[in-house]
Design a protein around this ligand. Structure first.
Ligand code: SAH
Ligand code: SF4
Ligand code: F3S
Length: 440
């Protein structure tokens, strides 16, 4: 038998892309490919891209340029672009970078093996359809190989919210939920392969409304409660949620379902009602704060994480101060913050920009506040006992690293544990981005 061909995939963007990359690698496995860690010995290179901000999208072109030499040495090398830049700029990619053989959008990647064959034949292959068929159904079942203890599982894709700044509704298409039975089967498969923690993924995961196994529609909470019954699955997480889809049953699950981890990523973007309105977020700062109160009433120790955009068109210093006030009130354990980036084709793209230096200064101030809150929460963990699922060896001899229920990275020296073990750990120190502890 011929040696298997080698596939190198580089993944940008969100967790959904991480999941998609795994599925693409598996799909190509059926076409005789194994994955490789370096582009140098690859027969095919696939960039799974992100279009969310200008910088992310531009990175693709510079990255592609770097493969010129490789392609000259190895004319058989096939180069593909997948993901959200592929969806948004498919034909332009082909024009701007002639070394690209194949472009595949996030809803069409089940067709990747046929496209590879077409590219092998010397033709260019482009597929950025939003096909009627369910790509997950068309993809072959997942392999049985043992895998790492934490896994992602996409349950919902796309978005109908159309925030004025965001490309996701255009790159991922309309909101679609996978049927509950298929999600449950995939989860059970993952658990058989050694997975103990599953993070359910969706652009608006809490808008999940999949067909139930016996008719009716299931909410995300219904799905979580069913997963709660799966022996061997110890931890459930979900991301990313939209404030307007945070239903009562999901809030209640945070208080009642012991496998559901006390961590919630709930982006708000801004604390100014004027800006929220212009962003088309359809919630206010106040409604967000009241929602956080209800979630904390259900699960007092829950760690809240968020996303913020500063310098959205026409944001004033006063609007920014409203965002800082909201942050002061919520007290975030973690947050991602970005300077507004104009995305062609989105409603906000036409509006007057905030001065760039001013926007940078706001980002700096916001990040300083978030860092301070993050450090305070990490410090408050010192002396406490947390539960850690170990995921890998640390850099130091004998050290193991895992995640607490609050998603803090925790390292333990001389830990006599295996990857996948979940153990009680007493936190003894807090450093910039992680905690240190000892086994209890
Ligand atoms: N579906 C998720 C977010 C998806 S994008 C949600 O609704 O919360 C992830 C984050 O990128 C967003 O929360 C937002 O903070 C940021 N983002 C999206 N578009 C952006 C843009 N044009 N400029 C800057 N940041 C942006
Ligand atoms: Fe983008 Fe808004 Fe949809 Fe999130 S809810 S993916 S920010 S349009
Ligand atoms: Fe980026 Fe697409 Fe995810 S734009 S953030 S990879 S959905």
């Amino acid at each position: 038998m011929a040696d298997p061909k080698k596939l190198f995939i580089k993944t940008y963007g969100c967790q959904m892309n991480v999941y998609d990359s795994e599925r693409m690698a598996e799909a190509m496995g059926g076409a005789g490919y194994v994955t490789t860690e370096t582009p140098d010995d690859a027969d095919m290179i696939l960039l799974n891209t992100c279009h969310i901000r200008e910088k992310a999208a531009e990175k693709v072109y510079s990255e592609l340029g770097r493969f010129k030499g490789l392609k000259a040495e190895k004319p058989d090398l096939k180069i593909g672009v997948a993901g959200c830049v592929a969806q948004a700029e498919g034909e332009e990619i082909m024009r701007r970078q002639p070394l690209v053989d194949l472009v595949v959008g996030p809803q069409a990647y089940h067709r990747l093996p046929e496209m590879e064959e077409k590219a092998r034949g010397g033709a260019k292959a482009l597929d950025t359809d939003f096909p009627e068929e369910d790509k997950f159904e068309k993809l072959k079942g997942r392999g049985k190989a043992k895998r790492a203890p934490a896994a992602f599982l996409t349950v919902q894709e796309g978005c109908d919210k159309f925030c004025a700044f965001c490309v996701v509704p255009y790159t991922r298409g309309a909101e679609v939920s996978r049927p509950a039975e298929r999600v449950l089967n995939e989860a059970r498969d993952l658990v058989e392969r050694g997975v103990r923690e599953i993070t359910l993924l969706g652009q608006n995961v809490n808008a999940y409304h999949g067909d139930g196994p016996k008719g009716g529609t299931w909410s995300l909470a219904d799905l979580i409660w069913e997963l709660d019954k799966v022996d061997g699955l110890e931890r459930i997480r979900f991301t990313t949620s939209h404030p307007n889809d945070m239903q009562d049953d999901l809030i209640a699950a945070h208080g009642e379902c012991s496998k559901l981890m006390p961590y919630l990523h709930l982006p708000v973007q801004s604390g100014s009602d004027k800006i929220l309105k212009r962003m088309n977020r359809s919630h206010t700062a106040e409604s967000y704060l009241r929602l956080i109160e209800r979630i904390r009433a259900a699960r007092p120790d829950i760690l809240i994480s968020g996303d913020f955009i500063v310098g959205f068109p026409e944001e004033t210093e006063e609007d920014f101060q409203d965002t800082m006030a909201l942050i002061e009130e919520v007290k975030y354990g973690q947050a991602f913050s970005f300077k507004y980036s104009t995305r062609p084709g989105t409603p906000a793209a036409e509006r007057p920009l905030v001065d760039d230096a001013e926007a940078s200064d706001r980002l700096y101030r916001l990040q300083a506040l978030i860092t301070q809150q993050q450090q305070e929460i990490q410090q408050s963990m010192v002396g406490r006992e947390v539960s850690v699922m170990f995921e890998r060896k640390g850099r130091l001899e004998g050290q193991m690293v895992g995640k607490s229920e609050y998603l803090h990275a925790v390292h333990v020296a001389n830990a006599d544990v295996n990857v996948g073990d979940i153990r009680a750990v007493r936190i003894v120190e807090s450093s910039a981005n992680s905690l240190g502890g000892v086994l209890v």
